[in-house]
Design a protein around this ligand. Sequence first.
Ligand SMILES: N[C@@H](CCC(=O)N[C@@H](CS)C(=O)NCC(=O)O)C(=O)O
Length: 270
Amino acid sequence: MAEVTLYHWEPNANSGKPMLALMEKGVAFDSHYIDMLNFDQHKPEYLAINPQGTIPAMTHGSLVLVESTAIMEYVNDAFDGPSLMPESARDRLRIRWWMKFMDQWLAPSFSMFGWKFFVGPNALKAHGQEKIEEQISRIPLPERQTAWRKAVFGLFSEAEMAESGRRISVGIRMLEAELGKREWLASDTYSLADVNGFNLAYAMPLSQPHLANDDLTPNIMRWLRAIYRRPATRECWKLGRTPMASRVEILEQDYIPPRDESEGISSGVR
Ligand SMILES: N[C@@H](CCC(=O)N[C@@H](CS)C(=O)NCC(=O)O)C(=O)O
């Protein structure tokens, strides 16, 4: 039994962040897949580890850690292996700025699309309306109850979806400009900002093909393919079990052309 256990769903925002950080550092860990669509995260066994019923969570000996970005920082500090945080204070500032921006501002917008088009419909199909109502009423955090109801019953408003679409479009433009300045997102070496960003952005050429493609965003495409080629990324994505994770295979294509807007705006899960 490894000293570290990671409770995670798909390699995706948020579970993918500690998964990929552990793999990059070469830290052995027991992988405990929490089937989010089966509501494993609200079962008593898991609530005993994280009473908030959210994923991911990690244990290291007797320590229990939650919050994906904080877990990544801990993983980087607590274990040997290549550093995912450079020495320079300026680089560290830039890395933390991007992680904060992605976690707080951009990720919830990507998530809204993922929940509307993939999580909600798939959970409803698997459980049916009555059972799902009962599952939702047992969710510990009120805000997660709201997110589930909106996703399952199609209640995200047009205004909410439009604002998320706007943020995604702005975020893509910002990423493209930043990646034009250097090889990696926030420093000259591969860092936690890249791990964070890849988990958010890996499926963009599939889910937002009118915004992210080789003609419009060549820097983003170069960056995504470089991360996809890393052995740790390959290992990490093997732990995925749903079509959500297999979206990463789009990065095997050498050229992704621009598409019409009507083909975009989805979770990219076909
Ligand atoms: N800020 C937390 C967010 C964790 C979170 O909300 N995770 C979602 C999955 S991406 C979750 O656990 N959802 C379960 C649910 O809503 O039932 C982190 O980054 O770890």
